[in-house]
Design a protein around this ligand. Structure first.
Ligand code: PLP
Length: 379
């Protein structure tokens, strides 16, 4: 097996949160890689600096000054092998087996898998339709006693596509500061904004209370396995002090140097502009087709990210509907997968518009509408 995606003949699969293969910058990356090897020679191929190579760290700081509310200091950056590895690392540093971690609901389902490997208790933080409730979360932290951290995806969330409003961002960061419980902000989708700039990160509001996970998986390519963390300098030093970093050096040194070239040459900014246009168009195609073919679905068109989070009539269990949908030739991710403690019936589903072309997205929505109609015969 060469790649993670497994296609199923006859099925329009709206379940995968993977990039459009045609959007991946093969030629531009080859140029960046050649440029890094030309510029750094052997230094690109030996062990790298623990927190990541300075050319990438410096470029990242400059980029974040444009795309976020605060420019990090280089000492606040640690280059990772992607947001997943960032979460794995942060969890290793902050938790012992048996600890409690609070998570948003719904939230990125595979983050739940990363956390579960650490044998910690996952507890759903209090939420409403808009997102995490800061005051109730603070109260829950008080009741639980020790909480290792709080995890959420506040910007263009997976799975909802929604962003936490500014007042809740401020309040949540205040909870982190008052309680001393770190807020772990998964900021994977920041660059994929389709309606103006993304909201300022939680990290930009308080760099001591928040640990932010960044990623190049959505903005460039997941196969690079490259991302970063911004956090308070002492926490970055703790990460760099890990034994495996001491032993192996920077976690993805050669790719990080190629990324520095990709960034400083202007290729990154051009690429991000191009994929924003591409994904905006696909979002609109899927949203339009769902409106047309799945009339009972309720959803908000997301301002960024890769997902449309739709609610079907409350009598529909989307886990049960999936079987019928697959027989109709379409797949999606049922909403229950994004909950720590799913209720007995979840009427939400996640449709991804990142990987498939416009015609397939429209066909997928048509098939979903058919599967739903078969389930609920007219009259
Ligand atoms: C919210 C969120 N975090 C993390 C990841 C994984 O990021 P990475 O590829 O950088 O490990 C994803 C990918 O789907 C995601 O949606």
């Amino acid at each position: 097996m060469t790649i993670q995606f497994i296609g199923r003949p006859g099925i329009v699969d709206l379940g995968w949160g993977h990039p459009d293969p045609e959007s991946l910058p093969v030629t531009q990356w080859a140029a960046a890689n050649a440029s890094a090897l030309g510029r750094y020679g052997w230094a690109a191929l030996t062990y790298g600096a623990g927190p990541g190579p300075a050319p990438l760290v410096d470029w990242l700081c400059a980029r974040m000054a444009e795309t976020d509310g605060r420019r990090p200091d280089p000492a606040e950056v640690f280059v990772t092998g992607g947001a997943s590895q960032g979460l794995e690392l942060v969890t290793s540093v902050l938790t012992q087996p048996g600890d409690t971690v609070l998570v948003d609901t719904p939230t990125y389902h595979l983050a739940l898998r990363v956390l579960a490997d650490h044998r910690i208790h996952l507890v759903a933080a209090p939420v409403d339709d808009i997102g995490m409730l800061p005051a109730a979360t603070e109260e829950l932290i008080g009741r639980l006693g020790r909480v290792a951290f709080v995890y959420l995806v506040p910007t263009f969330s997976n799975p909802t596509g929604a962003s936490l409003p500014a007042d809740r961002r401020r309040a949540l960061v205040g909870v982190g500061a008052r309680t001393g419980v770190p807020v772990v902000e998964d900021d994977t989708y920041r660059e994929l904004s389709y309606a103006g700039p993304a909201p300022d990160s939680l990290w930009s509001l308080d760099g001591d209370a928040v640990i932010r996970l960044g990623s190049f998986s959505k903005s460039v390519a997941p196969g690079l396995r490259l991302g970063w963390i911004t956090a308070a300098a002492p926490f970055v030093r703790r990460l760099a002090d890990r034994g495996f970093v001491d032993s192996g050096g920077g976690v993805n040194h050669a790719v990080a140097l190629a990324m520095a070239e990709f960034g400083s040459s202007g290729a990154y900014a051009r690429h991000v502009d191009a994929i924003r246009d591409r994904y905006r168009e696909r979002r609109d195609a899927l949203a339009g087709a769902v409106r047309r073919h799945v009339e009972a679905a309720e959803f908000t068109v997301p301002d960024g990210g890769w997902f449309l989070w739709a609610r079907l009539p409350s009598t529909v269990d989307t886990e049960v509907l999936l079987d019928r949908a697959e027989r109709a030739g379409v797949a999606y991710l049922p909403g229950a997968r994004f909950y720590v403690d799913p209720p007995s019936t979840v009427d939400f589903l996640r449709l991804s518009f990142s990987m498939l072309g416009t015609a397939e997205l429209i066909e997928g929505a048509r098939r979903l509408g058919r599967a739903l109609a078969e389930r609920q015969p007219a009259g």
